[in-house]
Design a protein. Structure first.
Length: 191
């Protein structure tokens, strides 16, 4: 085994199932089956689906923060780091075509359900938003940084939603190229 605990395996399976099936349409039985444990053993680790949901959101927050920190290390310039955000659409295009954006689909579903964890799920978008604001500020756009960050976040969500709706990888690639060109305009203004 990879050193992961049974609890870790449950959270990872739930994360995938919530993304692929949706939170509401994923049952304890689905998760237990994916991990290959009995429902009784399952209840030893989690008493409710809401407990699992909070663990999944926490895992996503940790993974997103780690990814953002890696982009800071790898990207020499703010434009390079922002490009890493845009690249998420390309890197995850097959999943996006099939299931949409994992952050967008979860927050939308929890909002529709008026689920108490919706505020926790929104923290995922807040991580991206805050990170993008800082990067645009480093590009020299202090006053416009929040608007630019929200524009890019909204555009990426729109691309993910439409690519999923139309099952269109070509659309993802085309929009990513347009986002690169948009970003280059801001690089040139500072230079």
């Amino acid at each position: 085994m990879s050193g992961k605990t049974k609890r870790d395996l449950i959270i990872a399976a739930a994360d995938q199932l919530f993304y692929q099936r949706g939170f509401e349409h994923t049952s304890f039985a689905h998760i237990a089956e994916a991990v290959k444990i009995s429902r009784g053993n399952f209840y030893y680790h989690f008493k409710s689906k809401d407990e699992i949901l909070l663990a999944v959101i926490q895992l996503r927050l940790i993974n997103t923060q780690a990814m953002l920190e890696q982009w800071l290390i790898e990207g020499a310039e703010p434009v390079d780091r922002i490009r890493s955000f845009i690249n998420l659409l390309i890197m995850n295009r097959a999943k996006i075509k099939r299931f949409g954006c994992p952050v967008g689909t979860l927050t939308t579903e929890l909002t529709k359900l008026q689920h108490p964890a919706q505020e926790d799920a929104n923290k995922l978008f807040s991580l991206f938003r805050t990170w993008l604001i800082r990067e645009f500020q480093q590009l020299g756009y202090s006053r416009e940084a929040e608007d630019l960050a929200m524009h890019l976040l909204a555009r990426s969500q729109g691309v993910a939603t439409l690519a999923n709706a139309f099952n269109d990888e070509k659309f993802i690639r085309s929009e990513v190229e347009q986002m690169y060109l948009w970003l280059e305009q801001y690089k040139q203004k500072v230079a």
